[in-house]
Design a protein around this ligand. Structure first.
Ligand SMILES: *Cc1c(COP(=O)(O)O)cnc(C)c1O
Length: 463
């Protein structure tokens, strides 16, 4: 299995190199040269696998010769042993039409752990095997940072620097990142928004000589390993529901920010998993919902919401979808991204837009509607949704068809976002590992919103 860029200017590379490259050297995103196609017989043979077994099968399709099967199995086993639930991503039935896929049983109580526990171990493995220096640089709206830090803290040969928007992440997220005292961790709190953090990172990575001189590696959802890890639970959930006797169409509703999670669903479907609709849920920062419904991809004004991990204006994985929408034509994807950079927007229409609306149905959830959904699900099903998952549930309520089982991806535990839950007068008991954070000292550097200030910090930390 080889990887190429969505902009067509990177000659095919293997899995390890693709993971290390992160953002493609031509400014695009790495994609598999060909999407593996699964036969019905293969799918049937996977039906009864445990989560780690299934993950090993899926990853093996993508890692190719690069990682021996036994090593891969060990990596996967280690990565999911840190989860608190034996099924890793268990599914909860609320009623015949509504299911919740709980992706938050990892160390930081958000779905990012599913990919980042694996990526952390993978980096450690690559570093040991190849002697590569791993300096991880990432931006976070809260969950990625905590999860990435948890994935690599204390690991030999790895250092990690995470940028987060100062005072724009939830209290628990901030504590999860900044109470880690391992020496290989640096937290930078940037006075700006998440989009500012993401732009700084993107620009530093785009400076290929800087990236190479400092051995910078990515953990953001542009990293192909993350997308792959996230395809696994679509398979797993699908098999679980079929085994429970659900025989109609199975759709997935995905709380979406950077388009990584839902893109993984798109990939699983392209591989041959016979799932129904992919429902794309956004909050009031709804560039993706507007794209699907109107064909215009253009940032709006930033809105504060209760679901900060979805507060993005420009979705970093979106280019991967554009590439497939244009039948894997790198030139067209590059031209559109160029246009977007120049004019600040791009439009598609006609058959292409029809294709988009065939691939996704989208709904943008208002702030009050998000809280209403939390209250309604609590009332109706005695189930407490976090505000991100609530966006997914609201989209499922709006878009799921009759007779369709809609699986809402639950991307975070409600304790991570108690600020929102509290507004509806709902109380919850924090899980012990979260409660314990409030007593630990914090460590972070507050810095201005500029590439130079970040560079200065990196020069010392990564020297
Ligand atoms: C990251 C995150 C999302 C958005 O996922 P994307 O892959 O960026 O679309 C949604 N909910 C939570 C809780 C998250 O941490």
């Amino acid at each position: 299995m080889k990887y190429t860029s969505t902009r067509g200017q990177v000659s095919p590379i293997g899995f390890t190199e693709a993971v290390l490259m992160g953002l493609a050297n031509d400014g695009g995103l790495l994609v598999p040269e060909r999407i593996p196609q699964l036969s019905e017989a293969t799918l049937a043979s996977w039906r009864n696998l445990t989560y780690p077994e299934l993950a090993t099968e899926v990853f093996a399709l993508f890692t190719g010769e690069d990682i021996p099967r036994e090593d891969l199995k060990q990596l996967v086993t280690d990565s999911y042993a840190t989860f608190r639930h034996e099924e890793v991503t268990p599914i909860r039935r609320l009623d015949d039409g509504r299911y919740v896929l709980e992706l938050f049983h990892g160390p930081t109580f958000a779905f990012k752990d599913v990919a980042l526990q694996f990526l952390g171990n993978l980096y450690s493995y690559i570093s040991q095997r190849t002697g590569s220096i791993i300096h991880i640089l990432g931006a976070t709206s809260g969950d990625t940072g905590a999860s990435a830090i948890e994935g690599v803290r204390g690991k030999a040969g790895i250092r990690i620097c995470i940028l987060h928007p100062h005072e724009r992440v939830s209290k628990v997220q901030e504590l999860q990142m900044t109470t880690v005292d391992d020496k290989n961790v640096l937290n930078l709190a940037v006075q700006g928004t998440f989009d500012d953090c993401q732009r700084i990172i993107k620009e530093l990575f785009a400076d290929v000589s800087f990236k190479q001189a400092y051995h910078l590696r990515a953990i953001n959802s542009i990293n192909i390993a993350r997308v792959l890890a996230q395809t696994v639970y679509y398979f797993y959930a699908y098999f679980q529901l079929r085994k429970q006797g659900v025989d109609g169409p199975i759709s997935f509703s995905v709380p979406t920010g950077n388009f990584g999670d839902i893109f993984a669903g798109f990939l699983a479907k392209r591989m041959g998993l016979p799932i129904g609709q992919l429902l794309l849920a956004t909050n009031e920062n709804n560039i993706l919902a507007r794209f699907v419904n109107e064909g215009v991809y253009e940032p709006g004004t930033f809105r504060e919401t209760y679901s900060p991990s979805m507060d993005i204006q420009v979705a970093s994985n979106f280019e991967r979808y554009l590439y497939y929408l244009h039948n894997e034509d790198g030139e067209q994807a590059a031209a559109l991204m160029e246009q977007f950079k120049r004019e600040g927007s791009m439009k598609i229409a006609g058959e292409l837009l029809e294709q988009v609306q065939h691939d996704f149905a989208a709904y943008s959830v208002g702030n009050e509607e998000c809280l209403d959904t939390i209250s309604a699900y609590h009332e109706q099903f005695s189930y407490l949704l976090d505000p991100h998952t609530a966006c997914g549930a609201a989209a499922a309520d709006k878009l799921a068809k009759d007779g369709e089982a809609a699986v809402v991806l639950s991307t975070a535990h409600p304790a991570k976002f108690n600020e929102a839950i509290d507004r509806r007068g709902l109380t919850q008991t924090f899980p012990e590992p979260i409660q314990a954070l409030f007593d630990k000292p914090q460590k972070q550097q507050i810095i201005g919103n500029s590439n130079e200030e970040v560079k200065q910090q990196l020069l010392t930390f990564f020297q």
